[in-house]
Design a protein around this ligand. Sequence first.
Ligand code: UDP
Ligand code: MG
Length: 138
Amino acid sequence: MERTLAIIKPDAVERNIIGEIVKAIEGEGLVISAMKMLHLTKKQAEGFYYVHKDKPFFDSLTDYMSSGPIVVMVLSGENVIERWRKLMGATDPAKAEEGTIRKRFGLNIERNSVHGSDSPESAKYEISYFFNALEIVR
Ligand code: UDP
Ligand code: MG
């Protein structure tokens, strides 16, 4: 059993498609072990995405991620990091496979509706960024 951090990003919350995304997650057999809604400050968004601090898109990305509410979730299951990345689709919705969340709902390479950890190490950092042990309930 593995855990990963999933985020429903501001573009999706704003368009009232939280339910569509949760439905896709549950439909794929991924278990939601923790969930809450937050509105990050710019500083909190920068801390979450610190690995990208030297990228040209960092300032715009952290502006966007602090522009409105997000839903953060811990997902659990066998091989869940890879399974959630596959269900999300490629970073650029234009390049994402048919049926993936980013293909269905993503607006552009920045406003791509969802986030998923990319490794066990980043999952550990990202889960602990938002949740303490008492908040992870299944
Ligand atoms: N991003 C962007 N421009 C790019 C690449 C990424 O705005 O050229 C944003 C996008 O929202 C992406 C996030 O930065 O989801 C993190 O980038 P990463 O390469 O880690 O993609 P992901 O792991 O989310 O697929
Ligand atoms: Mg990433």
